[in-house]
Design a protein around this ligand. Structure first.
Ligand code: ATP
Length: 238
């Protein structure tokens, strides 16, 4: 579904991603782990069209994403849950959800959009209870649910998430990751970027380890969890 080949991403003359190749097949949950500054967000931003200074190949469903702007990439079927959630704090929870569907209003999908709001509040009932409340008044975990809900409102086929567990209590992390498993079971393809390696690899079909802009390891979630290097560097175990 998503094919990345020999990707190199640049900030000016600095190369932050140095020849990365990864693939995501339809229906998979893929986890990418890596330390601070390893390039995880850069990779996601390139996929989503938020960073255009890249070379190599990013193809989604066999079509290159080169030169496409973020709304076009959303319309093609990729939605991003950004790092730090980035909900629109003064707007209501409902309006945040509606904004996630902004590429669909032009196509006049009003009835379907309302149905999707119903699906998302079934998935995260708290968003229904708090629909009229400003998003900024939600807890961190609730804001993360809103950010996921907002991304789902675009009806993606690939959902990309940048560290959704960041700053959340363990119980909330579990809830968020359980939701991702449920979405995968419903057929969604997921690319999950995480520093919380243990939890993320547990739910992953396959995973990649990124270090200073390069993939240094790949394997099934289970293989990586038992890998000596991963244990030492990312799981804090000997
Ligand atoms: P984190 O977990 O801290 O978000 P990350 O793995 O997502 O880290 P990136 O944010 O992708 O890493 O950063 C990769 C590299 O690119 C780092 O060396 C970082 O300093 C550099 N970098 C990121 N953004 C910029 C920028 N706007 N200008 C210059 N260099 C940048």
């Amino acid at each position: 579904m998503l094919q990345i080949k020999n990707l190199r991403c640049y900030y000016g003359r600095i190369m932050a991603i140095k020849g990365v190749s990864i693939s995501v097949r339809r229906g998979e949950l893929i986890t990418l782990i890596g330390a601070n500054g390893s390039g995880k967000s850069t990779l996601l931003m390139s996929i989503c069209g938020l960073l255009s200074a890249w070379k190599g190949e990013i193809a989604f469903e066999d079509a290159s994403l080169k030169g496409m702007d973020p709304p076009a990439i959303v319309r093609k079927g990729i939605s991003l849950v950004p790092e730090g959630r980035q909900v629109f704090a003064p707007l209501s929870v409902l309006d945040n959800l509606k904004l996630g569907a902004y590429t669909r209003y032009r196509r006049k999908e009003h009835t379907e959009i309302n149905r999707d709001i119903g699906r998302i509040t079934d998935l995260f009932p708290i968003l229904g209870h708090r629909a009229a409340q400003p998003a900024g008044t939600l807890s961190g975990g609730e804001q993360q649910m809103l950010a996921i809900g907002r991304a789902l409102m675009a009806r993606p086929r690939l959902l990309a998430l940048d560290e959704p567990s960041m700053g959340l209590a363990p119980i909330m992390v579990e809830k968020i990751l359980d939701t991702l498993v449920r979405l995968k079971e419903e057929g969604l393809t997921i690319l999950l970027i995480e520093q919380n390696a243990q939890a993320a690899l547990k739910i992953a079909d396959r995973g990649y380890v990124l270090e200073t802009g390069k993939i240094v390891l790949e394997g099934t979630g289970g293989d990586l969890l038992s890998d000596v290097e991963v244990k030492r560097a990312y799981l804090g175990k000997d």
